[in-house]
Structures are given as C-alpha cells and as structure tokens.
Ligand binder design. Structure first.
Ligand SMILES: [Zn+2]
Length: 399
C-alpha cells in the first residue's frame, strides 16, 4: 500500500510530459551511477599496446592479484604471447597472465591507450580497463560509469562545435540507448561495443559543451507511454520527411512516426544525385526483383519514378520493389529519391542521408540554432514520449 502511495507521488512529482515544456521542472536525486563494460577497439585485432595514467593513480591487477602501482610504474606494455598477456613495466618483464585489470579509485581517473600493433593514434579513456585473451588477440573492456561513456558517444556520434541544446538531445538519446541495450553483448561478457553496431565511442570527450550537456541532463532518459525505454533511432538528414519505423524495420513503434521536417531542408546532407545507366537499372529490377520490365508502362514508371512524399516501394503490376533494398544494393544515401531520364542514363535525385527513422540530426541542429529547446526537439521527432529520471525505472522494476 505504502508503495502504491509512493508510486502515485512519484508520478505527480517526476513525470514530465514535455508537451508542456515551459512547466518543466527537474527533481534532483542523489547519485546512483550505473557502470557499463564497453568493448573498445572492437574492430581491431589488438596484439600490443601501452597504457599510461593521465589523471589519478592506477593499480595493475594480474589474474586478480595486485602486481604494480602506476606511481612507480608509469608506463605499462601489454602484448599477446602464446595465449597469454605479457606484462612489461618500462622494459622490465613482470610476467605472463590471462587477465590484466588497470583500475583507479581516483576522481576523474583517466588513462591513455597507445596501440603499438597495429599502430593507432593515442586515445584517452576514463575509469578502468580489463584485458583478456580472445582467439589470438587481446580483448579490451572499458569498465566505465554510464555518464562518462555517454559523453564519449556524443562526441563520436555528433562531432565537435555543435549547439549546446543539440548536445543535450544527443546525450539523452545516447543514455537511453545504452540502458535499453545494456544486455546486447551479454553472452560475450560485456554490455556494448564501441562500433556503430551499438554506438560509436572513441573514449573521453574533449568538447566542453558535451561535458556540460552530460552534467545538465544527468539521469534523464526517454520512455514511451508504457514506460519502456525508446529505440533512440536517429539519422543524418530526413530530406524533409522522416519515416515510420515499420517502413524500414517492419516493427511499428508508437513514437517513431513520419513527421514533416522542414528543419532538415537546406542543410548539408539535404540533397544528393547519382547517375545510373538505364541498362543497369533495368537488369537489376528484372533479375533481383522480377519487375515487369517488358511492360511499357512499368518501364516508363521505372525511368520516371517520383516521390513527392516518401514511399516505401516502386510498385507496378503487383510487383513491389522495396526502396530500402535498392538503397543498400546501390549504396544510395537514402530511399527518398526521384528518377529523371537523361540519354542512356538515369539521374537519381535524392533527398536526405540515412534510414530516415527518428531524429534527423541536421534538422535537430537547425532547431537548436532557431532557439528550440532540447525538449522541443525530442518532442518533435519522438511523439508521445516522456522524459523521466532513470532511477524511476528502478523503482518500477521492484514491483
Ligand atoms: Zn555492438
């Protein structure tokens, strides 16, 4: 009973329907940071690298036993050797182990990773790193507080020098995605990878406005009407209209609805063009999709296809050619294109860049510059959603 009274109270106090964003109030909570394990250098066959502390002191653990402290050993080299990790401090061999952990209890602890084999530019990471052996290579896991990771994702996914309000949107989406997909690589022993398969992440952010946006949106996440974390889909440019989720992925989500998006027009990725030979197009339609190319009307349509509003198919005589497959096969920037014949060729005149579902990044940047708040932007691209404090989810999980 008490729980239900409390629950009602929480709803009144904490739920923020951002349709009335001017009344928005954020209720601060005590800290309760989630720790994630992110596989870093996930696309690299790591053989050897050097770790140096940048901020704070680190302890090096080998097979669970403390073997070094970075106060006395500021440069540690790890190398794959015969199904083990060779650990060296400066040039001194410490030993060969199966697992190395590099951890610090210091506030803001940061270390540098310099890949030696293969060679890569140095990167900075926060919190801890665990190194294991996996199929002839070293597997690197960054054990990191949620918001430290989120800041790194925002810099990797949206770059530097953008608008502070846009960074807040991207931060809330990165946090929401991380929590929604925290089990994505559970069977492999970590939470998320650092590739776009999950979210791009190249370590500690350097952009001050990103660091501020993480702090200013702390604990904020987006949920749908059933309190489920949303699929925080976004793309570069919608070309003027976003798509329904089911038009791209088959599953209908209430908040991923097509919206007319004039904010994306006149932005860098708003338009594209591609020239394709008529013969190549016709052969492709016939062989891959069994499109009726011998029918004159169908052929005329294939040479003069128009999209005033976004379509999902090129369709004739009950044959449907999915535009998302055409996009993949021809590596087009988007499915939002019209076709204009020119001699032996066809000019594909396209709009937008990306899958077209959810937030359009360039449209969101434009909205931020025009003075819209991050709540306005989220509400525009993700309909019927709400912003809540992530610890409220924990409360409901106890039910
Ligand atoms: Zn992944």
């Amino acid at each position: 009973m008490l729980k239900h009274i409390l629950k009602s109270g929480f709803i009144i106090l904490l739920f923020v329907n951002w349709q009335s964003s001017s009344n928005y109030k954020y209720i601060p909570f005590a800290d309760n940071d989630e720790v994630l394990t992110i596989r870093v250098f996930s696309q690299v066959k790591v053989q050897s690298f050097i770790i140096k502390p940048e901020i704070g002191n680190y302890i090096v653990w080998a097979n669970g036993i403390e073997v070094l402290n970075t106060t006395a050993n500021p440069s540690i080299k790890l190398t794959y050797l015969n199904d083990s990790i060779e650990l060296k401090s400066a040039d001194r061999l410490v030993g060969k182990f199966k697992r190395i952990k590099f951890s610090s209890a210091d506030q803001g602890a940061t270390f540098q990773v310099k890949m030696v084999l293969p060679e890569r530019k140095p990167r900075l990471y926060q919190d801890n790193i665990i190194v294991d052996v996996e199929q002839g290579n070293l597997k690197c896991l960054n054990e990191i507080e949620l918001d430290n990771y989120v800041g790194g994702v925002v810099q990797a996914e949206s770059g530097r020098l953008s608008h502070p309000e846009f960074y807040k949107v991207q931060t809330i989406l990165a946090r929401t995605f991380a929590l929604a997909h925290i089990q994505k690589h559970a069977l492999e022993g970590f939470s998320l990878c650092d590739h776009t398969h999950c979210q791009a992440y190249f370590g500690k952010p350097t952009e001050l406005n990103i660091i501020k946006s993480v702090f200013e949106t702390k604990n904020k996440i987006v949920v749908d009407e059933n309190l489920n974390l949303i699929e925080a889909a976004f793309h570069s440019n919608s070309g003027g209209q976003t798509l329904n989720s089911e038009d791209v992925w088959g599953s209908k989500l209430s908040y991923l609805r097509s919206v007319n998006d004039s904010f994306s027009l006149k932005m860098p990725n708003a338009n594209w063009e591609r020239k394709i030979a008529k013969d190549d197009w016709i052969s492709y339609l016939k062989i891959k999709h069994n499109y009726p190319v011998d029918d004159e009307d169908a052929k005329l349509l294939a040479f003069n296809f128009k999209q005033d509003t976004r379509k999902s198919f090129l369709e004739s005589n009950n044959v449907k050619v999915p535009l998302k497959i055409v996009r993949t096969d021809f590596q087009l920037k988007s499915t939002y294109f019209s076709i204009v014949p020119k001699g032996d060729s066809l000019i594909f005149k396209g709009k937008g860049f990306g899958h077209g579902v959810g937030m359009c990044q360039e449209g969101a940047m434009r909205m931020a510059k025009l003075g819209y708040t991050y709540l306005d932007i989220l509400n525009f691209y993700y309909q019927n959603t709400q912003l809540i404090d992530l610890r409220l989810l924990d409360f409901f999980k106890d039910e």
